[in-house]
Design a protein. Sequence first.
Length: 134
Amino acid sequence: LYFSGGTGVDSVGQKVVDVISGNDVVDFNRTIPQNNIGNGWYDIQPSDMGKHIYGYDFGCNLPWSVSETLPVGSYFYVVGGIDYDNYIQATDEGVTLRHGNDSGSWIIGKNTIATVLKVDAYNWVIDGSNIWLD
């Protein structure tokens, strides 16, 4: 890991520093795209992979039809709102959402981030602090 010596300013005046690790430039300006769903129930979509799902007083459904089409390693984050606990559940038979030895519907506490990762054909793992079975 070494500093390449390159510096500059981006289009909004932020100082830019290039750091090279092996053959790759490490980008310190990365963001995780957000899907702000507001409130209510929302069906996770393939386009949500790699994003964080955010809202207030909301629930996420993980349908079989979406699980079936996504490759192992697909992931997304669910961010609990500031004032509300939020929910995520697998909505169809044959899809499980697990944390440790338990599976079911999960509550994601306020101000908490949960990672949801597809580990095989129909199984997803949810992990994070302040999550519990509904």
